[in-house]
Design a protein around this ligand. Sequence first.
Ligand code: GAR
Length: 195
Amino acid sequence: KKRLAVFCSGTGSNFKALFHAIIERALPAEIVLCLSNRSQCGAMDFAREYEIESLHLSETQFRTYDEFASAMLQALRERRIDLIMLAGYLRKIPDAVIAAYPEKIVNIHPSLLPQFGGHGMYGMRVHEAVIASGETRSGATVHFVNEEYDKGRIIKQNHVPVLPDDTPETLAERVLLCEHRLYPAALEKLLDEQP
Ligand code: GAR
């Protein structure tokens, strides 16, 4: 079984979708760690409820960014993590961690990358930009994380329509439901490809 760490900053609905899919589909994976930059959030509550180790790790706990990066690396190594799944983790992954886990860090982004990605493009801002652009299609993308923000190799995408009367909120809801199907499917694909 692959040992997974899930990184979250908020509600953690994608974390929950992954957790349930692993059990229901008997995927050869186990979520052994939930890491968050916030001590209190939906994702951390869920981890505690299901007795998954929850680790609060934030830059603010360290004197320097390098110390923060080293602590993250050490936490991952100590737990022999094979795959890192970012699920609404709204912080940058330190370069040292990206370098140590090439094609082992996976992110889900709420748009059809390469469109509407990059710095400052996360959460509701993505949906606002999609609506402002007049696109009739949006969706979600699961991709590998590399040193270029939102530019790593794409693993899987799914699309949803943008409806004429959509607000950023109604579009966000439709995309999130699409994410809950997409992320487990992408994990299944990865586990098949990386035995
Ligand atoms: C999701 O829509 C995810 O794609 C997005 O944050 C939301 C987290 O929801 N991530 C990004 O924007 C990353 N750039 P969740 O906490 O309920 O899974």
